[in-house]
Design a protein around this ligand. Structure first.
Ligand code: URA
Length: 239
């Protein structure tokens, strides 16, 4: 048996102090009954509901994958293409945190922690993502400024980004550009470049927040450390 506020905090829903506030406000139910006692004890079979959300009591798993080219980031595909989940050999189901295109490579998080997933994807949390794009054409200074100040896609301007040109190869007429964004709109990087007339030939996500694929080969994955999970939570809880 454990105190309910500890279980809520360990689940990642919020801090223990916040859980105590929610209990006192009558926002926590155990097995369908509102509880207001901070000393309430629960076991693994009890259903805990916080502000209408039922907490999953399953062990939380956090994976960092170096996504290879040629797989989709959904959990199943109607065209029967390989999915990132097919690359993971685990008895627990995990889900990708956001999407990368079929041909995009690099950092992809997978987890069964819905609270973290929603927070990482919510634009208000401003999680930094760095991409490296190889594009057709030699990028101009004016276009770099446009990418940085925002591009209108589907009637909505993208938020400010930071751009570094890593290489311009006039012979092959290509450029390699690093771009840091906070949002995660569908095909955002490809659409930003294509609205300026550039085709993205290769796209790699270098990092999500402080996480990179260092030491993880394409198609391989590793578990996040407890410290890394705590650091992710501190990024989203500090906003
Ligand atoms: N932007 C894209 O265009 N594709 C991705 O896979 C990720 C970001």
């Amino acid at each position: 048996m454990e105190r309910v506020q500890k279980v809520i905090a360990n689940n990642g829903y919020c801090s223990r102090r916040k859980a105590e506030e929610l209990i006192l406000k009558g926002k926590v139910k155990v097995n369908g009954e509102v509880i207001r006692e901070l000393g309430t004890q629960v076991n693994n079979n009890d259903t805990i509901e916080v502000e209408g959300t039922v907490l999953s009591r399953q062990e939380k798993v956090y994976i960092l994958m170096n996504k290879p080219r040629g797989c989709v980031t959904t959990t199943s595909d109607d065209k029967h293409r390989k999915t990132v989940v097919d690359l993971i050999n685990l008895p627990i189901r995990v889900y990708p945190v956001g999407r990368l295109d079929y041909d995009t490579t690099g950092v992809l998080l997978l987890t069964n922690d819905g609270v973290l997933t929603n927070a990482m994807l919510h634009p208000s949390n401003n999680i930094e993502k760095i991409y490296i794009a190889k594009i057709k054409g030699t990028i101009t200074g004016g276009h770099i400024r446009s990418l940085e100040s925002g591009i209108v896609i589907d009637g909505k301007k993208t938020a400010k980004s930071k751009v570094k040109v890593l290489k311009v190869d006039r012979k092959s007429n290509t450029s390699i550009v690093e771009i840091m964004i906070h949002e995660g709109r569908n095909h955002q990087i490809k659409n930003m470049f294509s609205s300026l007339g550039y085709e993205v030939i290769k796209l790699r996500r270098e990092s999500v927040a402080f996480l990179t694929c260092d030491g993880v080969a394409p198609g391989e994955y590793r578990f996040l450390t407890i410290k890394e999970v705590k650091m992710l939570y501190s990024l989203i809880n500090n906003k």
